[in-house]
Design a protein around this ligand. Structure first.
Ligand code: GRF
Length: 202
């Protein structure tokens, strides 16, 4: 399966996907990395791996529609089967999502449906959670609302800060996303009727 990854920052999740996809038996390849920020650190890391990259600075476009139109046109050229949002900090429009219905994945640094949105680690600490984690899910119109594919939990320690918890969650993010991409690329999990459906044992 052909995958285009979208990043906005360091791209550590994109790198984890690219490294996993380098394995000969992996059922997907990262054919390009797109970013809404020309300065995203992940673009250089992707280029260093020989992956084509493209930046779409939001300020270069008159509005969200023009921005997404340019991205969609560039996507068509790569003919991706799947899109993996990996630290991509922009919401996609319903029209964009409809173009790739059931074929856009995202990773969120919390155990959805708990803590959708931003500052998830501080919110988990403030709420007195004893576990935290990440969720890889299909992207639907609502923010962080699509059906979950893979989740992983980590302990929250009493002396945790948002930073120490984020680092612990990142380690399981980098295992969860490649697993989720494998499951979807192999057709073992798909989105059907708004739910993530598995054919057999995962
Ligand atoms: C990660 O916590 C990810 O879950 C969130 O953005 C953070 C940075 O991701 N979406 P990355 O290092 O840019 O992949």
């Amino acid at each position: 399966k052909r995958v285009v990854a979208f990043i906005s920052g360091g791209g550590s999740n994109m790198l984890a996907l690219a490294k996993a996809a380098a394995a000969p038996d992996f059922p997907a390849e990262i054919v390009a990395v797109f970013s809404d920020k020309a300065e995203a650190g992940g673009l250089e890391k992707a280029a260093a791996l020989g992956i084509p990259t493209r930046a779409f600075p939001r300020r270069d476009f008159s509005g969200k529609e023009a921005h997404e139109a340019a991205i969609l046109a560039a996507l068509d050229a790569h003919a991706p089967d799947l899109i993996c949002l990996a630290g991509y900090m922009r919401l996609l429009s319903a029209a964009f999502i409809a173009r790739y219905e059931g074929r856009i994945l995202n990773i969120h640094p919390a155990l959805l449906p708990l803590f959708p949105g931003l500052d998830t680690h501080q919110r988990a600490i403030d709420a007195g959670m004893r576990i935290a984690g990440c969720t890889v899910h299909f992207v639907t119109e609502g923010m962080d609302e699509g059906p979950s594919i893979v989740q992983a939990a980590v302990p929250v320690r009493p002396d945790d800060t948002a930073g120490t918890l984020a680092a612990r969650v990142l380690t399981v993010e980098h295992r969860s996303y490649p697993l989720a991409l494998r499951l979807v690329a192999e057709g073992r999990v798909r989105m059907e009727g708004g739910r993530a459906v598995a054919d057999g044992p995962l």
